[in-house]
Design a protein around this ligand. Structure first.
Ligand SMILES: Nc1ncnc2c1ncn2[C@@H]1O[C@H](COP(=O)(O)OP(=O)(O)OP(=O)(O)O)[C@@H](O)[C@H]1O
Ligand SMILES: [Mg+2]
Length: 322
């Protein structure tokens, strides 16, 4: 599949050419002027190179967060958040505001902490023994890690979709209305209405309307994943967290999920972890590049893919490492 950079008018070749330019010419983007004097540029190169090596050495590192991310209204605010599995630190002082009603993608090499960050947002990591954290995350201004937080109530405010779809062994109907059942909702009219709306919202209704009482396990992989999205949105969450939701799906099912995400954004704020650079560039409004547990660069997806501040980001999104 060809690389697509939807927010850019540039055709692929030209976009790639710009990326090459960024990698070769390490001057700061955004300036319309020509490159500075060679000697200055060499200094910049020396500073820029080795940034990831500095992270490997455990040195502190100030991420590049593009101004426009801060100017958005935010649904989530990751505030000085660090996380440990036993002695192993997996996240290092992450500060990351996440825009409301937008799709934010988290990218980075395997093991850099993407899933840990996502699971920290709804405190799923807290279910594991011998873990600890520092800092906090705010959901619409409310502390996620505050002492008095009811974790069950908190998780209801967030829907989560995993890499492997996890329909429950019950009917399609019962899967979708599960969040309402947990809340004690018994009114059949309400349950029916929510089921239909959620299935429509997840673009599955047309395919399953005549078998809503059949087992969810009879659905295809792509349908099961959309069912999980239906279940996630049935509870009307404030944010939808998706960890590689398409990695087990074929291209057709993937496109359906991506189209669905576009339909859902606005009403929902979506955070998606993906290994697929094309997918990140196709679906997300904002994109965060992580490396070894640290946020490295975070900005509008078009900028991150065609005009990143850091050469390391250019290297990663163009497939030069990772
Ligand atoms: N349950 C766990 N116990 C101990 N260490 C863990 C656990 N889960 C993750 N880690 C470690 O934390 C670090 C971050 O892992 P994480 O799963 O968040 O990475 P990731 O970016 O999602 O990787 P991938 O792209 O492969 O899914 C890794 O070094 C990993 O080995
Ligand atoms: Mg992961």
């Amino acid at each position: 599949m060809k690389t697509q950079v939807p927010r850019s008018e540039l055709p692929d070749e030209e976009a790639r050419g710009r990326l090459e330019g960024i990698v070769n010419d390490q001057s700061q983007p955004g300036s319309e002027t020509q490159s500075p004097e060679p000697v200055v540029r060499q200094n910049v190169q020396q500073q820029e190179a080795g940034r990831l090596e500095a992270i490997q050495r455990g040195e502190t590192f100030e991420p590049e967060i593009h101004d426009c991310v801060r100017q958005e209204e935010h649904v989530l605010n990751v505030d000085g958040f660090s996380f440990w599995y036993g002695d192993k630190q997996a996240l290092f002082d992450i500060n990351m505001p996440i825009p409301k009603g937008k799709i934010t993608a988290i990218i980075g090499p395997s093991g850099c902490g993407k899933s840990t960050l996502l699971r920290s947002i709804n405190r799923l990591n807290g279910l594991l023994a011998d873990t600890r954290h520092q800092g906090d995350i705010l959901l619409n201004g409310d502390s996620v890690y505050g002492k008095s937080v009811d974790v069950i109530q908190l998780r209801k405010r967030m829907g989560m979709v995993f890499q492997k779809s996890n329909p429950f062994p019950m009917s399609i109907f019962e899967n979708v209305v599960y969040p309402l059942r947990v809340d004690g909702e018994r009114d059949k009219k309400v349950l029916n209405e929510v089921c239909i709306q959620s299935l429509k919202g997840s673009a599955l209704y047309d395919e399953v309307q005549d078998r809503i009482q059949d087992s969810a396990l009879g659905l295809s992989g792509g349908q099961q994943q959309r069912l999980c999205i239906a279940r996630a949105i049935a509870g009307e969450p404030e944010v939808l967290l998706m960890d590689e939701p398409c990695s087990a799906l074929d291209p057709v099912a993937t496109i359906k999920i991506e189209d669905l995400m576009q339909d859902l954004k606005g009403e929902y704020s979506i955070v998606i972890v993906t290994h697929n650079m094309q997918q990140a560039s196709r679906v997300s409004d904002y994109c965060a590049f992580m490396y070894l547990g640290r946020l490295v660069e975070y900005g509008p997806t078009g900028d991150l893919f065609t005009n990143p501040i850091l050469p390391e980001t250019a290297d990663y999104v163009s497939g030069r490492f990772g």
